[in-house]
Design a protein around this ligand. Structure first.
Ligand SMILES: [Zn+2]
Length: 322
């Protein structure tokens, strides 16, 4: 078993790398992705070597892409694709979306993790226009959630805000789909992993229209690649709320899909419709996010607690955090 000691924001954190890898979420599909050793030897763009298109371009075309203009020129940012630190890494790069997320709207976007992840950090999340994208350029850190201007979900499974991290979901890596559901009507932030909700992570997202919020992602890992595969939004109106109800009822949903004039709604609100493996869990997914959070951390045996070297009481403390 290998032990990795990280210094994050002045604090030492010890990770049991092999154990973390053991509980990592599986890839979304069975496609073959390049090995880490192959990635380092690739000439040109890593994204050109990825044949997997699974889960891409659901519903409608991308509403936004990554912002090349504000990005660290040392990184490769091209539309939906990002390659962090293509040659070597000196610190943490933060990339944000090309436009602010409109207030009062429901936003959902999804990223495919193209390469295996290692090193100090890779995160997805959101941040305000107050976030300095270059502040950690020469420092290895968990940049999203270091203060009260950003919120992040780490590849190690932790969520972070205001310099406090909590255990939230499984670690993720190559082949995983990581989704972000942001309700700027109520101020809720929720992450998805391989199309499954991990429950509401934060309920303190500013809904004041004067606060400009952007999608963000960051990484310290050399030659780490992420692809934006979906980005959509909708107003929090009666149609959306009706679809939330219909989506969790298979009979209603099947009825809607049989009506030619309404079938388009399944396409527009595809992210509300449970992933097919979750058909039996619809009530859990939509009626009690905390149930999902508990389920996400239910473990099969005492041995797993031993492996994690965590006190079970500590393991569950965060469920009362918000
Ligand atoms: Zn695939």
């Amino acid at each position: 078993m290998s032990v990795e000691i990280l210094r994050t924001n002045g604090r030492d954190e010890i990770f049991l790398a092999d154990t973390i890898a053991g509980i990592r979420a599986p890839a979304f599909c069975d496609c073959v992705f390049p090995r880490s050793t192959d990635v380092l030897s690739f000439k040109g763009n890593i994204h050109d070597h990825i044949s997997c298109k699974c889960g891409e371009n659901e519903g409608r075309p991308l509403e936004w892409i990554w912002d090349k203009e504000s990005a660290d020129p040392a990184c490769y940012v091209n539309g939906r694709n990002i390659t962090f630190h293509p040659t070597f890494s000196q610190g943490t790069t933060v990339i944000r979306g090309e436009k602010r997320l409109e207030p009062g709207m429901i936003h959902f976007w999804e990223m495919k993790i193209v390469t295996s992840l290692s090193g100090t950090e890779t995160m997805v999340g959101i941040g305000t226009d107050k976030v300095d994208l270059f502040a950690h350029r020469f420092r290895f850190t968990s940049a999203l959630g270091l203060d009260n201007q950003s919120w992040g979900f780490s590849f190690r499974g932790k969520a972070q805000y205001n310099n406090r991290s909590i255990f939230y979901g499984k670690p993720y890596s190559q082949g995983c789909l990581v989704g972000v559901y942001l309700d700027l009507s109520r101020g809720y932030l929720e992450f998805f992993l391989n199309r499954r909700s991990l429950g509401i992570a934060y309920k303190n997202i500013p809904v004041d229209p004067s606060v400009k919020i952007y999608p963000m992602t960051c990484s310290t890992a050399a030659s780490s690649a992420i692809r934006l595969i979906n980005s959509t939004s909708c107003p929090d109106n009666l149609e959306f709320r009706c679809m939330r109800v219909v989506a969790k009822n298979p009979d209603l949903l099947a009825h809607l899909n049989r009506m030619p004039g309404l079938k388009y709604l399944s396409n527009r609100y595809w992210y509300l419709i449970p992933y097919q493996d979750d058909i039996d869990d619809i009530a859990d997914i939509y009626e009690d996010a905390h149930t999902i959070k508990h389920r996400a951390y239910l473990i099969d045996s005492e041995d797993e607690f031993d492996d994690l070297l965590l006190d079970p009481r500590e393991f569950f403390y965060f469920f009362c955090d918000h």
